[in-house]
Design a binder for this molecule. Structure first.
Ligand code: PHE
Length: 344
């Protein structure tokens, strides 16, 4: 009997079912109503009284071992865990969680903010629904002046018969709010969404995103503007990126300029992106017009300053070569998941 039980124990220890059916067969064979254990207990009845003590213990231990083994295997099978024989390696790491990625415009915006933060600029924000004063009049757009047509505006409400409330066409409106509500010096950038009444196409959209900047203090000159923006471009596109300033016009700056950089795609040798000129325009800038300072309650005899503004879709386009603006707002995950960031 002892030899027989030892054989069974060896068999049980080595047992490893590939599936639930094999485990059930095991149960029936050992623990079933006509199973081996039942049978051994039957035999036990007829052993001599002296032997009963030894075999009673042996038999009980065997029964416990078998039940414990069965319970353990049953739990593993029920919880879906298969034993090694099923070919699954339970030590493999699990599937990772799917984490999203930052939107390319957020990546660019954060990068721009970081560069200006290192220069001591703070971030300022304002409302997307603006009044005429903050979006136009305070910024030296005279009434009926054609400059207002430069920015096709979505007006949403009339006041005293006049178009007054609009979706902001630029974040320069935040500059006005900042100047009205504080005292110079100011050193801030204004990221945000802006709206213009344009037909949607690959090259134009009815909304886009800007980062504008404002620096007001005593003795701020055009050379400060040039150096700041030059530094910005070196940080964003790498050392050696060339810049050039072309005279331009904005109602709120005088003098005004547009800034081009050497094409980041072809490095100036000429390509599709720069229309074979080697240069691409990235922002508008200029010295804040004294009228704007006075409109906002700042002494223009004492303070001067510069401002600049850029559309960040354009900046992202030059960095990632995205030919169609619409991709930025269509939320196609196949597009979005290509932009992985370190920051999660
Ligand atoms: N507000 C201008 C625009 O939206 C950009 C700009 C800002 C130009 C500041 C000059 C100075 O086009």
């Amino acid at each position: 009997m002892q030899t027989q039980i030892n054989q069974y124990i060896a068999e049980i220890n080595a047992f490893s079912p590939a599936n639930a059916d094999e485990l059930e067969a095991f149960r029936i064979r050992f623990l079933g109503t006509k199973g081996i254990i039942k049978e051994l207990f039957e035999q036990f009845k007829s052993v001599s009284p002296e032997e009963k003590r030894t075999y009673g213990k042996v038999l009980n231990e065997f029964k416990q071992l078998t039940e414990a083994k069965y319970a353990e295997l049953k739990e593993a099978t029920d919880s879906g865990l298969k034993t090694e024989d099923s070919g699954l390696d339970l030590t493999l790491p699990g599937d990772g969680f799917a984490v999203g990625s930052r939107h390319p415009l957020s990546l660019i915006r954060n990068e721009i903010i970081d560069i200006f933060k290192r220069l001591g600029f703070v971030v300022a924000e304002g409302p997307e629904i603006e009044d005429d004063w903050h979006n136009f009049s305070a910024l030296n757009f005279p009434e009926e002046h054609p400059a207002r047509d430069m920015q096709d505006t979505f007006f949403i409400k009339k006041n005293h018969g006049k178009d007054d409330i609009a979706l902001r066409t630029h974040t320069s409106s935040v500059q006005v709010r900042m100047m009205e509500n504080g005292k110079p010096p100011f050193r801030a950038i204004m990221p945000g969404r802006v709206y213009r009444n344009e037909a949607i196409s690959a090259r134009a959209h009815c909304f886009f995103h800007q980062v504008e900047g404002l620096y007001i203090d005593e003795n701020v000159s055009f050379s400060d503007l040039k150096q700041t923006l030059y530094h910005f471009v070196q940080e964003l596109y790498g050392e050696g990126t060339k810049v050039r300033f072309r005279p331009s016009y904005f109602p709120f700056t005088e003098p005004s300029a547009e800034m081009d950089i050497s094409c980041t795609i072809c490095k100036g040798s000429g390509c599709n992106m720069c229309k074979y000129t080697g240069w691409v325009e990235i922002l508008g800038c200029g010295m804040v017009d004294p009228n704007v300072l006075e409109n906002c309650g700042i002494d223009s005899a004492k303070f001067t300053g510069f401002a600049f503004g850029m559309g960040i879709e354009r900046i992202a386009n030059l960095k990632y070569v995205i030919k169609d603006l619409r991709l930025f707002s269509e939320n196609d995950v196949r597009f979005l998941k290509q932009f992985q960031s370190d920051i999660i």
